[in-house]
Design a protein around this ligand. Sequence first.
Ligand SMILES: Nc1nc2c(ncn2[C@@H]2O[C@H](COP(=O)(O)OP(=O)(O)O)[C@@H](O)[C@H]2O)c(=O)[nH]1
Ligand SMILES: [Mg+2]
Length: 199
Amino acid sequence: MVKIGILGPVGSGKTTLIEYLAKTFSPYHRVAIITNDVVSNYDAERIYKDLVDSGVIPRENVIGIVTGGCPHTAIREDPSVNLRALQRLSKNSPDLILIESGGDNVMSTFSPSLADYTVYVLDTAAGDKYPRKGGLGIMESDLLVINKIDLAPYVGADLQKMREGAIYVRKGKPFVMVSLKTGEGLDEMVKVIRDDLGV
Ligand SMILES: Nc1nc2c(ncn2[C@@H]2O[C@H](COP(=O)(O)OP(=O)(O)O)[C@@H](O)[C@H]2O)c(=O)[nH]1
Ligand SMILES: [Mg+2]
């Protein structure tokens, strides 16, 4: 059982990424999903609609957590609610569990008890000052996904600057530049995850 923790700012594309990974891996693996939302169960409802209703994954493999308060706490300082969810899901013997953090800032990280592998998602449209400005999640995650590169021309984001920033702050750790909307870069992203995790 491999647990992939997915973090990043609100709106960067975490749930979209989880849906893509679930569709990609579910033909070969039993996939389960935990969502963390701060004040609603919005993402879990979306996953029921997009993935459960269409038969991609069974309903019992999705758990939505409403954390209240600070989303970092629920995945780092006190991950007990998430650990209980993992325990419940483990009865269904999943191979791959995708855990989405509630929208968080650049310093967010997962407790090692919760995730074996972490993916930090950045939004190109949030500005090309990142990833160069750094932050724990951006620098230390196992994989940095710079998403929404399709929006770069509309927001004046310089992708070369973002690439150089990623190389600088990641110090050899992998990163990919993708669009979950157009599909650009997604094959490379899946290859990195497969190679890193042996899945
Ligand atoms: N243009 C564009 N929009 C995207 C992309 N990825 C996600 N989105 C959109 O960005 C919005 C936020 O995505 P979501 O997955 O809910 O972000 P989350 O808050 O990090 O879970 C949604 O409207 C997505 O359809 C992308 O690569 N390009
Ligand atoms: Mg989400």
